[in-house]
Write a protein that binds this ligand. Structure first.
Ligand SMILES: [Zn+2]
Ligand SMILES: [Zn+2]
Length: 255
């Protein structure tokens, strides 16, 4: 029988930990009335008169004998004289089937799971094809991934970045507290060991990478502005070395 292909939407968590899911597929299954033979119950397929039941016919072309599948019986050697009324003689009916799919932990979008024998039934009781289920992971509120690592961006205030802070960080297993040291630059990545996805085909788990994004305030009150101006007036080379070094170099460069 033919192979079938379907897709399944799963959550980020299901991809991380694995899941038991069900897919609905419409597929050809063996006709129950004739048990796949295509012949009306109580009757038998008859040997094909065209090929004498051999399934192939030969004819002479010049010096050569050419053999090809019999056109009347399509090479089966048998013809159905009284076709099954349930399937019209094909031996198959279409049916919507619910098929259980075991999602292994660590799968990624675009990967295919092969379910052997869950494709379409073979003709006249032949072997079934396979079913391929293509994985599609739905977007997550907080997470993206890089192979088996979970990536999570967390906005922090610039005061938290300067003074250090303890922040809440989402992980696959819920919220955890994470310490940010004082003087943390924007886009710095902190690694939470083994908080990532299961390594499919290997052992252990990936990590979670927490990228902190320092948010520059966009709307500030006049009160906040006053405090910031005071703060800026106390700006020194010790507190902003990158800034001071850059503008010193610039001054020396152009004079
Ligand atoms: Zn039938
Ligand atoms: Zn034939």
């Amino acid at each position: 029988g033919n192979d079938l292909r379907t897709s399944i939407d799963i959550t980020f968590e299901e991809a991380a930990f694995g899941a038991e899911k069900v897919v609905n597929v419409s597929k050809a299954v063996r006709c129950e009335t004739c048990e796949g033979s295509g012949a009306k119950p109580g009757t038998q397929p008859q040997p094909c008169s065209e090929c004498g039941g051999r399934g192939e016919v030969s004819y002479q072309q010049g010096f050569f004998a050419i053999t090809r599948p019999c056109p009347r019986c399509n090479g089966s050697g048998q013809v159905i004289t009284s076709p099954c009324s349930a399937c019209g003689g094909s031996g198959q009916t279409r049916k919507r089937s619910q098929i259980a799919v075991k999602i292994p932990p660590g799968v990624d979008t675009g990967q295919r799971l092969k379910l052997a024998g869950e494709g379409e039934a073979g003709e006249r009781g032949g072997p079934s094809g396979d079913l391929y289920v293509v994985i599609n992971i739905l977007p997550h509120e907080f997470f993206t991934r890089d192979e088996f690592d979970v990536i999570c961006e967390v906005p922090i205030t610039f005061v938290q970045a300067v003074l250090g802070a303890e922040i809440d960080v989402p992980t696959l297993e819920g919220k955890v507290k994470m310490k940010i040291p004082g003087g943390t630059q924007s886009h710095k990545i902190f690694r939470l060991k083994s908080k990532g996805l299961a390594k499919l085909g290997s052992y252990g788990r990936g990590d979670q990478l927490v990228r902190v994004i320092v948010e520059v305030p966009t709307k500030v009150s006049s009160e906040q502005k006053d405090v910031l101006k005071q703060f800026e007036a106390m700006n020194t080379k010790a507190s902003n070395p990158m800034h001071h070094n850059f503008f010193e170099k610039l001054k020396n460069f152009f004079g």
